[in-house]
Design a binder for this molecule. Structure first.
Ligand SMILES: Cc1cc2nc3c(=O)[nH]c(=O)nc-3n(C[C@H](O)[C@H](O)[C@H](O)COP(=O)(O)OP(=O)(O)OC[C@H]3O[C@@H](n4cnc5c(N)ncnc54)[C@H](O)[C@@H]3O)c2cc1C
Length: 403
């Protein structure tokens, strides 16, 4: 058993904070290590499916999230050249009736802050900024996390919530680097007042083109506008100057709809993120060490659910630690088996959707015709496995009960 020692969580992103909050609310002591000098989030938008709302309910933060976020009327996929609608996911009354909870768009900084505030209100949770984990030792009855600056931080168990390039995962598994697809993302936030009239400002839009797409939606009650441009480029792994990024963007998005051209002109193209995922795995724990979120099952963002999975993970893991009464090995084994099919499906369907968004030539015509036949009910049915949510375990299966 873990005794009264804290559980160490490496990574203070959405997955790490959710796990900390869920554990803290169950009365377990937690210490969150974050490599950055301050806990925070990158300043762009995030979409949250209705499946995370019951997680927020459990964490006691739904009202705060809804206060900071917005609920759009629809999510639309349109053609990058003609602007014609390809498929529509209505997010209004029929969506609420079908999925019981809203679809939320929110500034990541605001969501992170809501979770931070809730964590800070719990005496069980301690924060350690500027603590980059470099490795760990599992001593059987406890774990020691080694930081890059030479400290050893002891805990009852370790949760790696350190994202796509997880240092904790690297020590658990021998494997190659994440799978890169040759795509990069560039993100921009602009004041809504600067957005020209020809750009649709309400709702979530995905402009789909051959080898590229663009997503945009309003944030902070319509005062900000979030734009993400994603495209395939042979220079995806290179560090280039902003003017080189702009030249690439101008070439790749040439001839697209005037609304897209207007958005590209507003974008800050300084920084870009090469996009990557990994193949799904069944097991991501060993002894007293496990993973949550992108560290365990990084995914392409096609279904806008990577963070949602990290949040579900954290709540599920905390529930199982509680049910197993701190028997970490059992809790971690059960957690994997509860989570791996759902998260693997997300990883695989996200790859499939990625090809659909970026379809070229004949594949593009086929994609358009396939979507043209879809009714609202069809669209809901395709997403039901995801949006119907994840049932948090309330008991351990008998095989996992202690003798
Ligand atoms: C362009 C884009 C758009 C996206 N849009 C959405 C969306 O709309 N909806 C959605 O649900 N998901 C979306 N995602 C996915 C989502 O961002 C991730 O799945 C989510 O952030 C994963 O959370 P995490 O806590 O597991 O990891 P991260 O957010 O990566 O957090 C990891 C944390 O660990 C810290 N860390 C890393 N290494 C160490 C270390 N060695 N020691 C200590 N700390 C460390 C990092 O500084 C960071 O704070 C998007 C992703 C991209 C790229």
């Amino acid at each position: 058993m873990g005794g009264s020692e804290a559980i160490v969580i490496v990574g203070g992103g959405l997955g790490g904070l959710t796990t900390a909050l869920a554990l803290g609310r169950a009365g377990r002591r937690v210490r969150v290590l974050e490599q950055a000098p301050e806990f925070g989030a990158i300043g762009y938008g995030i979409q949250l499916g209705p499946n995370v709302v019951p997680m927020f309910d459990r964490l006691g933060v739904t009202a705060a999230v809804l206060d900071k976020g917005d609920v759009p009327d629809a999510c639309l996929m349109v053609d990058a050249y003609s602007g014609e609608e390809i498929v529509r996911l209505p997010l209004g009354v029929s969506f609420r009736e079908r999925f019981r909870h809203p679809y939320i768009i929110i500034h990541r900084v605001d969501l992170h802050q809501v979770l931070m505030d809730a964590c800070r209100a719990r005496p069980e949770i301690a924060f350690e900024p500027a603590a980059a984990a470099a490795g760990f030792e599992d001593r059987g009855d406890r774990v020691i996390v080694h930081t890059a600056d030479g400290r050893g931080i002891e805990g009852a168990a370790l949760v790696g919530a350190d994202g796509l390039h997880s240092a904790i995962r690297a020590k658990l598994r021998r494997e190659s680097a994440p799978h890169q697809f040759g795509y990069v993302a560039q993100r921009t936030l602009v004041p809504m007042g600067e957005v020209p009239d020809l750009v649709p400002r309400q709702n979530v839009y995905l402009w789909s083109g051959p080898g590229f797409h663009m997503v945009h939606y309003p944030l902070r009650h319509g005062t900000l506008f979030n734009i993400v441009a994603v495209y395939r480029t042979s220079t995806f792994a290179d560090r280039l100057e902003e003017r080189d990024h702009r030249a690439e963007v101008q070439r790749i998005y040439a001839g697209t709809h005037p609304a897209m051209q207007a958005m590209l002109a507003m974008m800050n193209l300084e920084r870009r993120w090469p996009l990557a995922d990994r193949d799904p795995i069944r097991h991501w724990h060993k002894g007293r060490v496990t993973l949550v979120g992108d560290a365990a099952h990084p995914t392409l963002q096609s279904l806008a659910q990577g963070a949602c999975m990290a949040i579900e993970d954290g709540v599920c893991l905390a529930a199982l630690i509680d049910l197993a009464d701190g028997d970490y090995e059992r809790a971690f084994a059960q957690y994997e088996s509860e989570r791996y099919v759902r998260t693997a499906r997300l990883q695989l369907e996200s790859r499939y959707m990625w090809d659909i968004y970026h379809a070229e030539d004949i594949a593009r015509d086929v994609m358009r015709q396939t979507f043209a036949d879809r009714t609202e009910e069809d669209v809901f049915r395709c997403l039901a496995w995801l949006y119907d949510g994840f049932r948090i375990p309330t008991r351990l299966p008998s095989a996992a009960l202690k003798e």
